[in-house]
Write a new protein. Structure first.
Length: 473
């Protein structure tokens, strides 16, 4: 009876406290210098060595569909939720060439990439500057991929290797002094012909020529793929980006983040497009319904604990900035301005808080923290129930992500100190429960305080002498 009463009070405290949590001071401070790859090639840092946590949001149609007033509303919302990067496209997917933006302007003259419309780009300038003022990076895609491979979508295909190089240089020069740019070439289309790779390559080289190397560059691939498959050894690719995709079954998908982590030469890796919140499952809303917040939380921790330096969130209404009166793409559930406050978007900050509350630059993936099941000899769980672990290479802490509330066993000797302080951390609301102090010998089984398919948890093990505050604080 006492146990039942404790659990009731514990969950009530979650529901009461979660909405009261406010996270101040999350904006990026650009005074630390430009963004570069860390010395160990695993993370992004500022020039003065300050670590940077990439928490992105997919706002692909930001420049194309939102007014200035709407843009400010959107940027303020994402800053308040702890996001640090907004991923947006100059030549947008949803007829971005021929349907004017909110101010009535098209991006190009006669759809010629070498002839930009100054009025359209003044609005892009304004958005980028406003994001800078609010302490946000723009993950800037010069174009969506249908403009060089109209595999599906609107297109039209307008790029050649010659004009792609010019367009890249134009953008590079225009934004070389903007401190809040991360270049993302590509745009969710497959490289099926040699010319597709040439276009991407020369556009990236044009960006670098135009901005004199002021900004990092990566590549946004199509679903289920990664930049490493095509450009890993090329000098212009500063870090690898995956699109692990929109299938919530997850079997065999997030292991690819770890595979990219293990590649040589070493480059940072992240997932730039996992499953969106409220996205049609298997792209079939009528048959399977839509994804939920638990579906977007799991990839956050799977990726981070597998070696990713950051993560991107997305909402199915927000990426397309859908609202009544616009043609919906694949059954969005609500207007973009209502979707901004969906549960999954609010919960992304807790992953960032957790990672930033412990030594950041020495974190490595290590599923050997988890003791395999005696029968199967595998780490417990698979697919959507896959357990993953990360730890400090110096042994000051370790973390295990349990995507479902069930007991699991860990090695205590992964912690260097003689005593281990153990905690439960909730990915759902950032609440913390102290478990106790234990010896760093042998193995120990931990049972999460809440059970259920969508009750995920993080077990945090600390060197008791390290002086860490509670996880996420």
């Amino acid at each position: 009876m006492k146990t039942l009463l404790f659990l009731i009070l514990f969950y009530l405290s979650y529901s009461v406290c979660s909405q009261e949590i406010k996270w101040k001071g999350t904006s990026v401070d650009f005074s630390h210098g430009k963004l570069i790859v860390s010395e160990n090639k695993r993370f992004l840092v500022f020039e003065d060595g300050t670590p940077f946590f990439y928490l992105g949001d997919t706002a692909w149609e930001l420049f194309h569909r939102l007014s200035k007033e709407e843009t400010e509303k959107y940027l303020d919302n994402r800053r308040e939720k702890g996001f640090t990067v907004i991923q947006a496209v100059v030549l947008a997917e949803l007829d971005g060439l021929n349907t004017p933006n909110a101010e009535g302007e098209k991006p190009l003259i006669d759809n010629d990439p070498t002839k930009i419309n100054e009025a359209y780009f003044q609005h892009v300038d304004w958005v980028i500057k406003k994001a800078e003022e609010k302490g946000l990076f723009i993950g800037l895609l010069p174009t969506w991929g249908d403009k060089w491979n109209k595999k599906w979508g609107v297109g039209p295909e307008i790029f050649t290797p010659e004009n792609a190089a010019v367009f890249g240089e134009i953008l590079g020069k225009r934004y070389k002094n903007s401190p809040n740019i991360i270049w993302i070439v590509g745009g969710d289309r497959p490289l099926e012909e040699e010319v597709h790779g040439q276009i991407v390559r020369v556009m990236a080289q044009g960006l670098r020529k135009g901005d004199n190397g002021a900004h990092l560059i990566t590549f946004h691939p199509t679903g289920g793929q990664g930049s490493s498959q095509y450009f890993h050894n090329e000098d212009w690719l500063d870090f690898n980006m995956r699109q692990n995709g929109h299938n919530p079954n997850f079997t065999g998908v997030y292991e690819n983040t770890r595979k990219d982590y293990n590649r040589t030469p070493v480059k940072p890796v992240m997932d730039g497009e996992p499953i969106y919140e409220d996205h049609p499952i298997e792209f079939n809303a009528e048959k399977y319904g839509h994804s939920i917040s638990a579906d977007v939380r799991r990839p956050l921790y799977w990726n981070l604990f597998s070696g990713a330096f950051g993560h991107t969130y997305g909402h199915h209404s927000v990426w397309q900035m859908w609202q009544p009166g616009r043609n919906p793409v694949n059954f969005p559930l609500m207007p973009w301005y209502e979707a901004l406050d969906q549960q999954g978007a609010w919960q992304m900050q807790f992953g960032r808080r957790l990672m930033e509350s412990r030594p950041f630059m020495t974190r490595i993936p290590d599923d050997l923290v988890i003791v395999p099941d005696e029968v199967t000899t595998f780490v417990p769980g698979a697919g959507r129930y896959r357990f993953v672990a990360t730890r400090d290479e110096n042994g000051t802490y370790a973390m295990v992500y349990a995507p479902v509330g069930r007991p699991f066993t860990v090695r205590m000797d992964v912690i260097s100190g003689k005593k281990v302080m153990a905690w439960w951390y909730s990915p759902r609301n950032g609440m913390v429960q102290k478990i106790g102090r234990f010896s760093n010998v042998g193995t120990r089984t931990f049972t999460p305080p809440g059970v259920g398919e969508n009750f995920d948890w993080v077990l945090v093990l600390d060197d008791a002498d390290a002086g860490f505050r509670a996880p996420g604080k």
